[in-house]
Ligand binder design. Structure first.
Ligand SMILES: [Zn+2]
Length: 316
C-alpha cells in the first residue's frame, strides 16, 4: 500500500535505449519486441509509451500472455491509425439491471451490476465539520467479497473521523469487468475501466481488483502526479494485500487501513512522510497507524470532493 506508482513519460531516447537493452537481454524472445519497435516508428509518442508498457506488462505477466499480447497488437494497429482507445470487447451477458443506474453501467460495458448504497456516517457524539463520499467498484471474479470491502471501507472511516471528517456515503458497485482480463490491473485495463464508468460515478473512486501485473498491492493516482489522466483520483486495491507477507509488515491489524491510506493520497493530494511519529501516511509500514497528521487533515478539507457540514452535527 505504501506506494504511489505512476509511469513517468519517457522520452524517445529513453524509450530507444530501454528497448535496446531489453532486446539484448531477451535474445531469441526479442522477436515480438522487434515487431513492436518497427511499428512504433510512425506512431505518436503517447502511443509509443502505452505500447511499451503494454508489451512490458505482458512479458512480466505469466497469465493470459497470449490474450494480453493480442490486446497489445490490436492497440498497436489502432495507434498507427491514430486511434488510441482500447477495443471495447464485451464478454458478458447483461441479464440483470432493472434500474436506470444499473442500465448505465451495462450500457458502458460492465456486466450484471449490483449496487449497494451505504451510509457510513458515525453518530458517536463527536463534532464533524466536513464530509465526503467515495464510490467503489468491486470487480466480480477478483476474489473480493462485498463483506471484505465493507470492512476495509469501515476502517477507512476511522482515519477521517480523526480529522472531524465523515466518510459519509459509500456506493459499492459489484460488476463484471468489460473485459475478463481486467481483474488484473495494468495501464490499459485501468484506463478502460475508468473510461467505462458512468458519468455519475464520484471521485475518489476505489477499484477492488485481483492483482496488478507490475506487482503493486495497492496504489493510487493523486492530482499532483496524474495531470489530466482519466485515472486521477482513483485508487486500486488488489487481493494481494491479504498475503501474510504483506500483513506481517504492519503492526497488529493496521494493514486494514490500506484503503484509508490510498484514499488519503487522493483527498490529501499527498505522498508519504518519514516522521518518527506513527501516522497514516508513514512510508515505513511499521509506523503506519490510522492517525492523520494535522497538515493532512487541513489538506483534505481543501479537496474538491470534500464539503463542509453546515450544522457541524454528526447526527445526519
Ligand atoms: Zn501510499
Amino acid at each position: 500500500m505504501v506506494q504511489i506508482t505512476f509511469p513517468n513519460k519517457h522520452s524517445s531516447r529513453k524509450l530507444l535505449s530501454l528497448l535496446t537493452g531489453v532486446v539484448a537481454i531477451l535474445g531469441a524472445s526479442g522477436m515480438f519486441l522487434t515487431v513492436f519497435y518497427s511499428r512504433s516508428v510512425n506512431a505518436s509518442d503517447d502511443c509509443n509509451e502505452e505500447k511499451m508498457f503494454c508489451y512490458r506488462d505482458c512479458f512480466k505477466s505469466r497469465e493470459d500472455s497470449t490474450t494480453c499480447k493480442d490486446g497489445c497488437n490490436r492497440m498497436a494497429t489502432k495507434c498507427e491509425t491514430g486511434i488510441t482507445e482500447a477495443p471495447a470487447t464485451r464478454e458478458y451477458s447483461p441479464v440483470s439491471g432493472n434500474g436506470s443506474e444499473e442500465k448505465e453501467w451495462i450500457d458502458n460495458g460492465y456486466g450484471d451490476p449490483v449496487i449497494t448504497n451505504l451510509n457510513m456516517r458515525k453518530n458517536d457524539g463527536r463534532t464533524y465539520t466536513h464530509e465526503f463520499d467515495v464510490d467503489v467498484v468491486l470487480l466480480r471474479n477478483s476474489g473480493w467479497s462485498e463483506a471484505e470491502v465493507r470492512e476495509l471501507m469501515s476502517k477507512a472511516t476511522e482515519v477521517y473521523m480523526e480529522c472531524g471528517i465523515q466518510l459519509a456515503n459509500v456506493k459499492i458497485v459489484t460488476a463484471t469487468a468489460p473485459q475478463s482480463t481486467w481483474i488484473d490491473s495494468y495501464m490499459e485495463s485501468e484506463k478502460g475501466l475508468v473510461r467505462s464508468l458512468p458519468s455519475a460515478v464520484k471521485r475518489p473512486t476505489v477499484f477492488f481488483v485481483r492483482s496488478n501485473r507490475e506487482g503493486n498491492w495497492a496504489y493510487s493516482y493523486n492530482k499532483e502526479v496524474c495531470g489530466t489522466s482519466p485515472r486521477c483520483d482513483t485508487a486500486w486495491v488488489t487481493k494481494d494485500i491479504f498475503s501474510p507477507v504483506r500483513i506481517n509488515q504492519f503492526k497488529g491489524d493496521n494493514w486494514k487501513y490500506v484503503v484509508g491510506h490510498e484514499i488519503a493520497h487522493l483527498v490529501g493530494n499527498c505522498s508519504h512522510n518519514n516522521d518518527s511519529v506513527d501516522n497514516i501516511m508513514n512510508d515505513n509500514p511499521q509506523r503506519v497507524s490510522k492517525y492523520p497528521q494535522y497538515q493532512l487533515c487541513n489538506s483534505i478539507k481543501q479537496h474538491a470532493s470534500v464539503r463542509r457540514i453546515n450544522n457541524y452535527s454528526s447526527a445526519r
